[in-house]
Write a protein that binds this ligand. Structure first.
Ligand code: HEC
Ligand code: HEC
Ligand code: HEC
Ligand code: HEC
Length: 182
């Protein structure tokens, strides 16, 4: 009987430690749905973020994979965005990889209020966001020889930053011309 009580207690203690962790993970995944970059385009064409993102390597990251690699989960994880509510895979590195799944923050009244938007899943990315992919897990033959430099890589190509003073209009961050300007 004593042993039984001890076992039950142990099980309960273990449950206490493991449950919150699992619960936390599953809500984080379920809470917000991906919608795809086309949905962001409606409003983010004018500020030039969508058009300047569209010409980056991120937007074309899926096309870099050979057909057989598009079936390799390892490659897919870093060359795609996630699945939308219908279960369709959103290919390439879209807005929501960096800014969080948008279903709950993309409404105009929410988007206009940054605090509210962030409460509904909007993320403002930093270096850590990039390093989820720009790290030593990139297959060696594709990995950049240089250490990841956030400021440099941000300037090289995510999209135009409208609020940056030095950038005015129609800035094209990267058009796959790595030798230009060197
Ligand atoms: C219905 C229109 C609309 C849609 C759709 C929309 N946005 Fe926005 N977004 C806005 C407006 C308006 C602002 C505020 C701009 C401002 O204040 O200058 C904004 C601001 C932002 C900001 C900057 C936040 C800040 O204030 O610094 C980010 C990042 C952003 N949106 C990302 C996205 C992403 C990603 C999507 C797609 C999932 C998306 N938006 C869809 C209208 C929209
Ligand atoms: C989900 C994974 C992922 C995240 C997160 C990510 N990237 Fe990337 N990035 C890639 C992939 C994959 C490529 C290569 C795309 C290709 O050429 O097919 C790439 C390429 C780039 C390039 C082009 C490199 C070149 O040599 O021309 C730049 C610049 C870049 N990323 C900057 C960033 C920055 C800055 C962040 C964070 C704000 C970031 N990335 C976050 C996956 C990611
Ligand atoms: C940990 C995330 C990650 C994984 C896993 C990953 N990649 Fe990438 N891949 C990247 C990043 C980031 C870059 C850009 C490297 C850079 O510019 O520093 C890249 C670049 C590439 C490029 C070069 C594209 C170009 O424009 O030159 C190819 C091709 C590629 N990856 C194929 C693959 C294949 C095939 C796999 C699976 C075997 C794979 N990747 C797995 C993140 C990843
Ligand atoms: C690779 C990561 C990445 C992707 C993909 C990305 N962004 Fe961003 N975005 C950033 C970062 C980093 C910032 C903050 C830049 C800063 O203020 O230094 C930012 C800032 C913004 C802002 C605020 C701009 C400003 O003027 O302050 C808007 C709006 C925005 N992004 C919209 C989008 C939309 C729409 C897409 C898709 C078409 C997108 N982003 C794709 C990383 C990304």
């Amino acid at each position: 009987m004593k042993r039984f009580v001890i076992l039950v207690t142990m099980a309960m203690v273990m449950a206490l430690f493991t449950l919150p962790a699992f619960a936390g993970d599953s809500t984080a995944v379920k809470q917000h749905q991906y919608v795809g970059a086309k949905k962001c385009m409606m409003c983010h064409k004018k500020d030039n973020t969508y058009p300047t993102w569209e010409i980056t390597k991120h937007a074309k990251a899926w096309e870099s994979l050979k057909p057989e690699d598009q079936k390799n989960e390892k490659c897919v994880a870093c060359h795609s965005t996630g699945k939308d509510a219908t279960g369709a895979l959103l290919i390439g590195i879209q807005c929501e990889v960096c800014h969080g799944p948008g279903a709950d923050y993309m409404k105009m009244n929410i988007m206009k209020d940054k605090k509210l938007a962030m409460g509904n899943g909007l993320l403002m990315p930093d270096e850590k966001t990039c390093k989820k992919c720009h790290n030593e897990n990139v297959p060696e033959q594709f990995r950049s020889k240089e250490a990841f430099d956030f400021a440099k890589m941000k300037a090289k190509g995510i999209h135009a930053i409208a609020s940056a003073t030095e950038i005015k209009t129609e800035v094209k961050p990267t058009e796959a011309k790595p030798t230009e300007g060197k």
